[in-house]
Design a binder for this molecule. Structure first.
Ligand SMILES: NC(=O)c1ccc[n+]([C@@H]2O[C@H](COP(=O)([O-])OP(=O)(O)OC[C@H]3O[C@@H](n4cnc5c(N)ncnc54)[C@H](O)[C@@H]3O)[C@@H](O)[C@H]2O)c1
Ligand SMILES: Nc1ncnc2c1ncn2[C@@H]1O[C@H](COP(=O)(O)OP(=O)(O)OP(=O)(O)O)[C@@H](O)[C@H]1O
Length: 479
């Protein structure tokens, strides 16, 4: 289970984050972390070499916070959970065990993926890359006072970030101008290495040969893109929510921290004002940064007839919002059979089904009647689209389940799947889609903290529960 988020809501267990004895853990892991991990035999469908590479990279992203103030084993365990958004097996409750766990992290990961997409328990910096390393820590604010309590995940740079990747919304002249200005500033005043998409580099060079220093990759070269996370310390998005989804989709494994600037229309996930980018990036570069660890879903399409080798060969797609299975152009009801962890759950007869993350709960799932869920809650939303039934209410599943949705062989029509509203593919009779929680969340920087940002977004973006207040006069029960 993703303990970090589970613990978020266990009020009675909140503790200030403590940590002692973790230095040896990190160094121990560093010394044992080598690329031999790449030769681990796959068991779970994430068997492509890039996936295994990414697994190692995943283990390269995060450092454990070290804090000499308190040091009970219990605290160490909680920190590990918080630091990685990973699960700690029950038995790992002291430093020694965490050390040994860390040294097996890739093994753990592999099992985790096979089971429920779990991550390794302790993650460390990969010495082979130029990347800056960071630490994640979890703390509670407001514990000592009457004020509202907040669980905070914060990111502290352990070494100075040097490389930034900027994604920009397509075909938007105002966004292009901000990008141009930001690139100049980041180079001239912060001396960062800067990556942009190929079309953006072309645009910048048309503006001025000054931008020669900007890096990119070969247009359409997916291999180069999959290696980007090895170079990039953090990502900036200039656009709306769609640009955040677009940026996340470029990382088929671990994702660097994302700083989303608002230059779109709704901007539910983009809390930073582009007009104040200098101030924002200054503080991001210094850290610490409060973040929301946004879960993703790992989706695999199993074509009919399934081959025994499917687990080894099928590709996968990661979504930050949701995967949708709908009727496409067909005028018939979609008929879908749904299974949870191998047991039959229900059939969908309607326009389709949305399997959403909690981040995606405020997007399409909301429009289909699903509940809004705080993005830090670990769970998978199961939301029917226009079900032709009076009793089909949306569900929220625990994060460890594996859901399979099949188009029955006897269905009247095919179905269509889309991933964060993109990459539409046809599901023919007998085809299935399997989803589980992905092991690579997207860490997005918060303006304040995860909870305050979420509340502000539902108020400002969606006008949640906006209603004229009741007048004071009129009948009352007071006298
Ligand atoms: N009926 C609907 O509400 C509907 C239909 C199709 C797609 N969508 C959503 O659009 C998303 C793709 O976004 P896009 O910007 O590329 O397409 P888009 O340009 O069609 O915009 C969809 C809208 O959804 C908003 N949105 C996206 N993610 C959100 C989130 N997590 N929370 C709150 N609002 C969010 C965007 O701000 C935008 O206003 C899909 O993942 C899906 O959730 C919604
Ligand atoms: N760099 C990019 N390359 C390709 N497509 C992109 C890129 N950035 C954004 N898009 C797509 O362009 C569309 C519009 O972008 P975006 O959603 O960011 O702007 P918006 O619709 O104005 O804002 P919002 O989503 O907040 O309403 C989205 O569907 C998104 O997926």
């Amino acid at each position: 289970m993703h303990q970090i988020t589970r613990n978020f809501f266990r009020r009675n267990q909140r503790q200030p984050i403590p940590i002692s004895g973790m230095a040896s853990t990190s160094s121990n892991v560093n010394s044992t972390d080598d690329t031999s991990a790449l030769s681990i035999k796959p068991k779970n469908g994430l068997s492509r070499s890039t996936s295994l590479l990414n697994i190692t990279e995943s283990a390269a992203q995060i450092l454990i916070q070290q804090n000499p103030v308190q040091g009970t084993d219990d605290h160490v365990e909680k920190l590990s959970e918080a630091s990685t958004s990973l699960s700690l097996p029950e038995q790992h409750s002291n430093d020694k065990k965490i050390e040994s766990l860390a040294s097996q992290s890739t093994d753990q990961f592999e099992q985790g993926c096979g089971n429920n997409g779990k991550l390794p328990d302790v993650v460390v910096k990969d010495n082979d890359t130029r990347k800056a390393s960071f630490k994640l820590s979890w703390r509670v604010e407001g514990e000592q006072s009457e004020q509202h309590k907040h669980d905070i995940i914060s990111l502290t740079w352990a070494s100075h970030p040097m490389t930034v990747l900027i994604f920009t919304k397509l075909k938007s002249p105002p966004v292009d101008l901000v990008c141009e200005d930001m690139v100049r500033w980041l180079k001239d005043y912060k001396n960062l290495e800067i990556y942009v998409e190929p079309r953006v580099r072309k645009y910048l060079l048309e503006k001025s040969p000054y931008f020669e220093f900007v890096h990119t990759w070969r247009d359409g070269d997916d291999t180069e893109i999959t290696l980007l996370h090895k170079e990039v310390d953090f990502v900036v998005t200039l656009g709306g929510d769609g640009t955040v989804l677009w940026a996340a989709s470029k990382f088929k494994g671990p994702v660097p921290p994302v700083v989303p600037f608002s230059l779109g229309s709704l901007g539910f996930m983009t809390r930073f004002e582009s007009e104040r980018y200098k101030e924002t990036l200054d503080s991001i570069l210094k850290g610490p940064i409060n973040i929301t660890l946004r879960h993703r879903l790992l989706c695999r399409v199993i074509k009919y007839p399934a081959k025994s080798s499917d687990d080894e060969t099928e590709d996968y797609t990661l979504v930050l919002n949701e995967v949708t299975i709908d009727r496409g152009e067909s005028a018939y009801l979609t008929f879908l059979n749904c299974f949870c962890d191998g047991s039959f759950l229900t059939s969908v007869q309607g326009d389709g089904l949305i399997l959403s993350t909690t981040s995606g709960s405020t997007a399409y799932s909301l429009a289909a009647g699903g509940s809004m869920v705080h993005p830090q809650v670990p769970g998978i939303l199961f939301t029917p689209i226009c079900p032709h039934s009076l009793s089909f209410r949306p569900l929220i599943m625990p994060e460890h389940v594996k859901i399979r949705v099949e188009v029955p062989r006897k269905s009247r029509s095919h179905a269509w799947a889309s991933f964060d509203g993109k990459g539409r593919i046809e599901l023919k009779l007998g085809d299935a889609l399997e989803i589980s929680m992905a092991p690579w969340p997207v860490p997005t920087a918060c303006l304040e903290n995860s909870t305050t940002d979420f509340f502000n977004s539902i108020h400002e973006g969606l006008h949640w529960n906006l209603r004229k207040a009741q007048n004071f006069d009129g009948p009352t029960d007071l006298n």
